[in-house]
Design a protein around this ligand. Sequence first.
Ligand code: CIR
Length: 264
Amino acid sequence: MSDRSFRFTHAITRAPAPSVTRGLRAVDTGTPNLALMQRHHADYVAALKATGATVIELPALPDYPDALFVEDTALCLREGAVVMRPGAPTRLGEAAEMAPTLRALYETVVTIEGPGTIEGGDILTTEREILVGRSARTDAAGIAELTRLVAPWGYNVREVITPPGVLHFKTDCSLLDAETILSTRRLAASGCFEGYRVLHVAEGEEAAANTIRFNDVVLMPAGFPKTAEVLRAAGYDVREIGNSECAKLDGGMSCLSLRFTPNG
Ligand code: CIR
Protein backbone atom coordinates (compact mmCIF):
# COMPACT_ATOMS: atom_id res chain seq x y z
CA MET A 1 0.00 0.00 0.00
CA SER A 2 1.48 3.35 -0.97
CA ASP A 3 0.73 6.65 0.70
CA ARG A 4 0.57 8.79 -2.44
CA SER A 5 -3.11 9.49 -1.88
CA PHE A 6 -2.59 11.32 1.41
CA ARG A 7 1.01 12.61 1.47
CA PHE A 8 1.14 16.22 0.31
CA THR A 9 3.83 18.88 0.25
CA HIS A 10 1.43 21.78 -0.39
CA ALA A 11 -2.00 23.16 0.37
CA ILE A 12 -3.80 26.30 -0.79
CA THR A 13 -6.37 28.09 1.36
CA ARG A 14 -8.21 31.40 1.02
CA ALA A 15 -9.24 33.70 3.86
CA PRO A 16 -12.97 34.24 4.38
CA ALA A 17 -14.25 37.69 3.33
CA PRO A 18 -16.88 39.69 5.24
CA SER A 19 -19.21 38.90 2.32
CA VAL A 20 -19.17 35.25 3.45
CA THR A 21 -22.37 36.06 5.35
CA ARG A 22 -24.05 36.01 1.91
CA GLY A 23 -22.58 32.60 0.99
CA LEU A 24 -24.74 29.94 -0.62
CA ARG A 25 -26.63 27.54 1.64
CA ALA A 26 -29.26 24.87 1.04
CA VAL A 27 -31.13 25.66 4.25
CA ASP A 28 -30.81 28.87 6.27
CA THR A 29 -29.66 27.95 9.76
CA GLY A 30 -28.39 31.42 10.65
CA THR A 31 -25.80 33.92 9.51
CA PRO A 32 -22.18 32.82 9.92
CA ASN A 33 -20.17 34.77 12.49
CA LEU A 34 -17.11 36.08 10.61
CA ALA A 35 -14.85 36.46 13.64
CA LEU A 36 -15.50 32.89 14.79
CA MET A 37 -15.08 31.58 11.26
CA GLN A 38 -11.72 33.37 11.03
CA ARG A 39 -10.59 31.69 14.26
CA HIS A 40 -11.65 28.27 13.00
CA HIS A 41 -9.92 28.98 9.68
CA ALA A 42 -6.69 29.91 11.47
CA ASP A 43 -6.86 26.64 13.46
CA TYR A 44 -7.36 24.73 10.22
CA VAL A 45 -4.37 26.38 8.51
CA ALA A 46 -2.21 25.78 11.59
CA ALA A 47 -3.15 22.08 11.60
CA LEU A 48 -2.11 21.75 7.95
CA LYS A 49 1.19 23.55 8.58
CA ALA A 50 1.91 21.41 11.64
CA THR A 51 2.32 18.40 9.30
CA GLY A 52 5.28 20.14 7.66
CA ALA A 53 3.45 21.18 4.49
CA THR A 54 3.76 24.55 2.77
CA VAL A 55 0.41 26.34 2.99
CA ILE A 56 -0.24 29.09 0.46
CA GLU A 57 -2.73 31.43 2.12
CA LEU A 58 -4.54 33.49 -0.50
CA PRO A 59 -6.26 36.77 0.36
CA ALA A 60 -10.03 37.07 0.72
CA LEU A 61 -12.05 37.70 -2.44
CA PRO A 62 -14.94 39.93 -1.37
CA ASP A 63 -16.69 39.63 -4.75
CA TYR A 64 -17.10 35.88 -4.21
CA PRO A 65 -18.76 35.09 -0.86
CA ASP A 66 -17.99 31.35 -1.19
CA ALA A 67 -14.37 31.75 -2.34
CA LEU A 68 -12.90 30.34 0.88
CA PHE A 69 -14.17 26.94 -0.30
CA VAL A 70 -11.20 26.65 -2.67
CA GLU A 71 -11.56 22.91 -3.19
CA ASP A 72 -14.32 23.49 -5.71
CA THR A 73 -12.09 25.49 -8.07
CA ALA A 74 -9.52 22.85 -9.06
CA LEU A 75 -8.42 19.23 -9.07
CA CYS A 76 -4.74 18.98 -8.17
CA LEU A 77 -2.96 15.81 -9.25
CA ARG A 78 0.76 15.06 -9.32
CA GLU A 79 1.02 15.42 -13.08
CA GLY A 80 -0.92 18.67 -13.34
CA ALA A 81 -3.85 20.72 -12.15
CA VAL A 82 -7.29 20.94 -13.71
CA VAL A 83 -9.17 24.22 -13.27
CA MET A 84 -12.83 23.40 -12.62
CA ARG A 85 -16.01 25.00 -13.94
CA PRO A 86 -18.30 25.44 -10.91
CA GLY A 87 -21.98 24.74 -11.43
CA ALA A 88 -23.11 27.49 -9.08
CA PRO A 89 -23.33 30.64 -11.27
CA THR A 90 -22.13 32.90 -8.44
CA ARG A 91 -19.00 30.74 -8.09
CA LEU A 92 -17.99 30.43 -11.76
CA GLY A 93 -15.45 33.27 -11.57
CA GLU A 94 -13.63 31.71 -8.60
CA ALA A 95 -11.92 29.18 -10.88
CA ALA A 96 -10.19 31.84 -12.98
CA GLU A 97 -9.07 33.55 -9.76
CA MET A 98 -7.31 30.33 -8.71
CA ALA A 99 -5.63 29.60 -12.06
CA PRO A 100 -2.59 31.94 -11.73
CA THR A 101 -1.65 30.42 -8.36
CA LEU A 102 -1.76 26.95 -9.89
CA ARG A 103 0.32 28.05 -12.90
CA ALA A 104 3.00 29.32 -10.54
CA LEU A 105 3.20 25.88 -8.89
CA TYR A 106 2.64 23.45 -11.76
CA GLU A 107 4.21 23.02 -15.17
CA THR A 108 0.92 21.77 -16.55
CA VAL A 109 -2.45 23.40 -15.88
CA VAL A 110 -5.49 22.52 -18.00
CA THR A 111 -9.01 23.91 -17.81
CA ILE A 112 -12.55 22.57 -18.02
CA GLU A 113 -13.90 24.77 -20.83
CA GLY A 114 -17.55 23.70 -20.68
CA PRO A 115 -20.39 23.68 -21.48
CA GLY A 116 -20.43 21.09 -18.68
CA THR A 117 -19.88 21.96 -15.04
CA ILE A 118 -17.88 20.23 -12.33
CA GLU A 119 -16.85 21.18 -8.79
CA GLY A 120 -13.94 19.75 -6.80
CA GLY A 121 -16.22 18.81 -3.92
CA ASP A 122 -17.67 16.06 -6.11
CA ILE A 123 -14.26 14.48 -6.78
CA LEU A 124 -12.59 11.84 -4.61
CA THR A 125 -9.13 10.80 -5.81
CA THR A 126 -7.99 7.42 -4.54
CA GLU A 127 -4.89 5.46 -5.33
CA ARG A 128 -6.53 3.53 -8.14
CA GLU A 129 -9.13 5.89 -9.64
CA ILE A 130 -10.93 9.22 -9.57
CA LEU A 131 -14.54 8.98 -8.41
CA VAL A 132 -16.81 11.83 -9.51
CA GLY A 133 -20.32 12.21 -8.13
CA ARG A 134 -22.95 13.58 -10.45
CA SER A 135 -24.80 16.25 -8.48
CA ALA A 136 -26.74 19.50 -8.80
CA ARG A 137 -23.32 21.14 -9.46
CA THR A 138 -21.53 18.47 -11.52
CA ASP A 139 -23.06 17.17 -14.74
CA ALA A 140 -22.29 14.42 -17.23
CA ALA A 141 -20.60 16.81 -19.68
CA GLY A 142 -18.31 18.14 -16.96
CA ILE A 143 -17.35 14.61 -15.95
CA ALA A 144 -16.74 13.65 -19.58
CA GLU A 145 -14.43 16.63 -20.09
CA LEU A 146 -12.47 15.81 -16.94
CA THR A 147 -12.17 12.20 -18.12
CA ARG A 148 -10.62 13.37 -21.42
CA LEU A 149 -8.23 15.78 -19.71
CA VAL A 150 -6.76 13.32 -17.18
CA ALA A 151 -6.66 10.23 -19.44
CA PRO A 152 -3.18 11.15 -20.82
CA TRP A 153 -1.91 11.15 -17.21
CA GLY A 154 -3.14 7.57 -16.76
CA TYR A 155 -6.18 8.25 -14.56
CA ASN A 156 -9.42 6.32 -14.75
CA VAL A 157 -12.51 8.39 -13.92
CA ARG A 158 -15.56 6.57 -12.55
CA GLU A 159 -18.89 8.36 -12.44
CA VAL A 160 -20.91 7.80 -9.28
CA ILE A 161 -23.98 9.50 -7.83
CA THR A 162 -24.04 12.14 -5.11
CA PRO A 163 -27.13 11.31 -2.97
CA PRO A 164 -30.12 13.56 -3.69
CA GLY A 165 -30.23 16.57 -1.38
CA VAL A 166 -26.50 16.25 -0.60
CA LEU A 167 -24.40 19.15 -1.92
CA HIS A 168 -21.28 17.28 -3.02
CA PHE A 169 -20.09 13.67 -3.21
CA LYS A 170 -17.45 14.42 -0.58
CA THR A 171 -20.03 15.98 1.74
CA ASP A 172 -20.70 12.33 2.55
CA CYS A 173 -17.29 10.66 2.34
CA SER A 174 -13.54 11.07 2.64
CA LEU A 175 -10.39 9.12 1.92
CA LEU A 176 -8.55 7.95 5.05
CA ASP A 177 -5.74 6.03 3.37
CA ALA A 178 -5.05 4.12 0.17
CA GLU A 179 -7.74 1.55 0.81
CA THR A 180 -10.05 3.08 3.43
CA ILE A 181 -12.96 5.46 3.01
CA LEU A 182 -15.07 7.13 5.71
CA SER A 183 -18.66 7.34 4.53
CA THR A 184 -22.22 7.91 5.59
CA ARG A 185 -24.37 4.81 5.41
CA ARG A 186 -26.66 6.43 2.83
CA LEU A 187 -23.76 6.93 0.39
CA ALA A 188 -22.02 3.60 1.01
CA ALA A 189 -25.38 1.85 0.47
CA SER A 190 -25.19 2.85 -3.20
CA GLY A 191 -22.35 0.34 -3.59
CA CYS A 192 -19.91 2.89 -4.98
CA PHE A 193 -17.10 1.83 -2.62
CA GLU A 194 -16.99 -1.85 -3.49
CA GLY A 195 -13.40 -3.08 -3.14
CA TYR A 196 -12.50 -0.48 -0.51
CA ARG A 197 -12.53 -0.81 3.27
CA VAL A 198 -15.36 1.43 4.51
CA LEU A 199 -15.70 2.96 7.97
CA HIS A 200 -19.13 4.42 8.69
CA VAL A 201 -19.75 7.66 10.52
CA ALA A 202 -21.87 7.18 13.64
CA GLU A 203 -25.66 7.33 13.38
CA GLY A 204 -26.78 10.97 13.58
CA GLU A 205 -23.25 12.25 12.83
CA GLU A 206 -23.54 12.37 9.04
CA ALA A 207 -21.89 15.82 9.00
CA ALA A 208 -18.68 14.18 10.23
CA ALA A 209 -18.13 12.35 6.93
CA ASN A 210 -16.30 15.28 5.34
CA THR A 211 -12.83 14.95 6.82
CA ILE A 212 -9.38 15.16 5.25
CA ARG A 213 -6.44 12.84 5.61
CA PHE A 214 -3.45 15.18 5.30
CA ASN A 215 -0.08 13.57 5.88
CA ASP A 216 -0.16 11.96 9.33
CA VAL A 217 -3.40 13.49 10.58
CA VAL A 218 -7.12 13.32 9.94
CA LEU A 219 -8.80 16.70 10.32
CA MET A 220 -12.45 16.41 11.25
CA PRO A 221 -15.11 18.88 12.34
CA ALA A 222 -15.47 19.22 16.11
CA GLY A 223 -18.63 17.98 17.78
CA PHE A 224 -18.90 14.41 16.53
CA PRO A 225 -17.48 12.36 19.41
CA LYS A 226 -18.72 8.94 18.30
CA THR A 227 -17.16 9.24 14.85
CA ALA A 228 -13.96 10.66 16.35
CA GLU A 229 -13.81 7.52 18.49
CA VAL A 230 -14.38 5.27 15.45
CA LEU A 231 -11.41 6.93 13.74
CA ARG A 232 -9.16 6.84 16.81
CA ALA A 233 -10.02 3.19 17.42
CA ALA A 234 -8.98 2.48 13.81
CA GLY A 235 -5.59 4.04 14.55
CA TYR A 236 -5.91 7.49 12.96
CA ASP A 237 -4.41 10.61 14.54
CA VAL A 238 -7.52 12.82 14.70
CA ARG A 239 -7.50 16.63 15.04
CA GLU A 240 -10.88 18.25 15.64
CA ILE A 241 -11.39 21.71 14.15
CA GLY A 242 -14.34 24.01 14.86
CA ASN A 243 -16.62 24.15 11.82
CA SER A 244 -19.89 25.60 13.13
CA GLU A 245 -19.77 28.70 10.89
CA CYS A 246 -18.73 27.00 7.63
CA ALA A 247 -21.36 24.32 8.30
CA LYS A 248 -24.03 27.04 7.99
CA LEU A 249 -22.86 27.32 4.36
CA ASP A 250 -22.63 23.55 3.78
CA GLY A 251 -18.84 23.73 3.95
CA GLY A 252 -16.45 21.42 5.75
CA MET A 253 -12.87 20.23 6.10
CA SER A 254 -12.21 19.28 2.48
CA CYS A 255 -13.78 22.41 0.99
CA LEU A 256 -11.31 24.71 2.74
CA SER A 257 -8.15 23.61 0.92
CA LEU A 258 -6.54 22.22 -2.18
CA ARG A 259 -4.00 19.57 -1.18
CA PHE A 260 -1.27 18.38 -3.53
CA THR A 261 2.32 17.61 -4.42
CA PRO A 262 3.06 19.47 -7.67
CA ASN A 263 5.07 17.69 -10.36
CA GLY A 264 5.64 14.83 -7.94
C1 CIR B 1 -21.54 26.26 -1.86
O1 CIR B 1 -22.76 26.04 -1.75
O2 CIR B 1 -20.96 26.18 -2.94
C2 CIR B 1 -20.77 26.66 -0.64
N1 CIR B 1 -21.61 27.40 0.24
C3 CIR B 1 -20.20 25.45 0.05
C4 CIR B 1 -19.17 24.73 -0.76
C5 CIR B 1 -18.63 23.53 -0.06
N2 CIR B 1 -17.59 22.94 -0.83
C6 CIR B 1 -17.30 21.64 -0.82
O3 CIR B 1 -18.02 20.85 -0.25
N3 CIR B 1 -16.27 21.25 -1.54
